[in-house]
Design a protein around this ligand. Structure first.
Ligand code: C5P
Length: 201
């Protein structure tokens, strides 16, 4: 039976970790939809037209390790404002969501645009400062230089672009359960997510 879990929220709120844990808990497949936009963003940085890049994306494009860098994240949020880019990525996401056996998709517009009829919807958020602090530690842990003020400015710039765009802006979907992870450790955040989904099963 198809059961779709939509998890949206801003950068570094804990969506990725929660989504992976939720997928493992329920035995569902997981798609990090940010990777699609990052793959298109990386192509833009390489000089490819982003609409052409989105229309010709192949699964191997999502495996490039450089997709996790701050420059690619900013490029991703720039290509994500383009309607044709979003349209080109729609069918793949919807097909993934309806696969038998259940699916977890995380991103910015899963509950609002991609899967408005998802069986469970979560909106995972945290203060910009907490998110910047987490992102800094994550980057440093991966050997990438990071300074708090620069990362905070990056987080805020990306939030503004994601929330103020006309195409699929970031906002809680109707019926989404809000989880603020500012004061939660990761285990508590995962437990809150699983409890919210169980309540809808
Ligand atoms: O989630 P992640 O940080 O990897 O996403 C990178 C960028 O891709 C976001 O800042 C956002 O602009 C865009 N994105 C989007 N819609 C999604 C997922 C990501 O617009 N469903």
């Amino acid at each position: 039976m198809a059961f779709t879990i939509a998890i949206d929220g801003p950068a570094a709120a804990g969506k990725g970790t929660i989504s992976k844990a939720v997928a493992a808990h329920f035995g569902f497949a997981h798609l990090d939809t940010g990777l699609l936009y990052r793959a298109v963003g990386a192509k833009l940085l390489a000089g490819v037209d982003p609409i052409v890049a989105a229309q010709s994306l192949v699964p191997e494009d999502l495996e490039d390790p450089s997709l996790r860098t701050p420059d690619v994240a900013q490029a991703a949020s720039k290509v994500a404002v383009i309607g044709e880019v979003r349209a080109a990525l729609l069918d793949f996401q919807r097909a993934f969501a309806r696969r038998a056996g259940g699916a977890v998709l995380d991103g910015r517009d899963i509950g609002t645009v991609i899967c408005p009829r998802a069986e469970a919807k979560l909106f995972v958020t945290a203060s910009a400062e907490v998110r910047a602090d987490r992102r800094c530690k994550e980057l440093i842990g991966r050997g990438i230089e990071a300074d708090f003020d620069t990362v905070l400015a990056d987080v805020k710039a990306r939030d503004a672009r994601d929330m103020e765009r006309s195409e699929a802006p970031l906002k809680p979907a109707q019926g989404a359960v809000l989880i603020d992870t500012s004061e939660l450790d990761i285990d508590a955040a995962i437990a809150a997510a699983i409890a919210a989904i169980e309540a809808r099963k």
